[in-house]
Design a protein around this ligand. Structure first.
Ligand SMILES: Nc1nc2c(ncn2[C@@H]2O[C@H](COP(=O)(O)OP(=O)(O)OP(=O)(O)O)[C@@H](O)[C@H]2O)c(=O)[nH]1
Ligand SMILES: [Zn+2]
Length: 207
């Protein structure tokens, strides 16, 4: 597989079907990793594990096939003239760091100032899922969420704050237990106006 994938570099995602391994190849790779870990892939307890892992990957990395544009396509204008901050906070997310393929997870807080209609609240959680269920860095995830909001809703301003625990830092490596990483990005009015930023932080409950 490596020979097929490596030259691509910055391939457009999701990877085109012709370049993806077959399920059998993916299962063989899991057997290799089981043996690499020191266990015996022929052992009864792990015999079905390669099939389970490839199936689980479909779910854990299902974000590659989700289209942010489609998620944010439906907006509502009848909101009684409401044009102040819409904040959806404490959206739980689970992702995998692209360096170690180990989970990082936490909460996302998303706010925007509507310009021409609002989006269904659940769609903001779906947007987070679409990008979280990929190989990620927390910074990229933060940037992708706010870029999608701006591209598809054209709000007067947007704010995204993510707080997460990275298992690659707690379970292994530096083993810094309890460490949280916080990333945020502001655009539009939130980037220009400290008062709006402070309102966002206050509503999110960040000190
Ligand atoms: N900026 C950023 N770094 C991340 C993220 N997830 C994991 N990392 C870091 O990616 C880095 C990879 O560092 P390397 O030195 O290449 O790999 P490593 O030897 O496994 O690093 P250690 O984790 O320090 O053992 C580590 O410092 C991780 O903490 C993330 O979302 N954003
Ligand atoms: Zn990592």
């Amino acid at each position: 597989m490596d020979a097929k994938i490596t030259p691509l570099g910055t391939a457009k995602l999701p990877l085109e079907p012709a370049l993806r391994p077959t399920r059998e190849e993916a299962e063989a790779a899991v057997r290799t990793l089981i043996a690499w870990a020191g266990d015996d892939p022929r052992r009864e307890g792990v015999l079905e594990t390669p099939a389970r892992v490839t199936k689980a990957y479909g779910e854990l990395f299902g974000g590659y096939t989700q289209d942010p544009k489609e998620i944010l396509s439906k907006t509502f204008r009848e909101v009684g003239g409401y044009d102040d901050i819409v904040l959806v906070r404490d959206i739980p997310f689970f992702s995998h760091c692209e360096h170690h393929m180990v989970p990082f997870f936490g909460k996302a807080h998303i706010a925007y100032l509507p310009h021409d209609g609002v989006v269904g609240l659940s769609k903001l959680a779906r947007l987070v899922e679409a990008f979280a269920r990929r190989l990620q860095t927390q910074e990229t995830l933060t940037a992708q969420i706010i870029d999608a909001l701006n591209e598809n809703l054209g709000p007067r301003g947007a704010a995204v704050l993510l707080e997460a625990e990275h298992m690659c830092m707690t379970m292994r490596g530096v083993r810094a237990h309890g460490v949280k990483t916080v990333t945020h990005r502001f655009t539009g009015v939130f980037a220009e106006d400290r008062v709006e930023q402070d309102r966002f932080f206050a509503m999110v409950g960040q000190r």
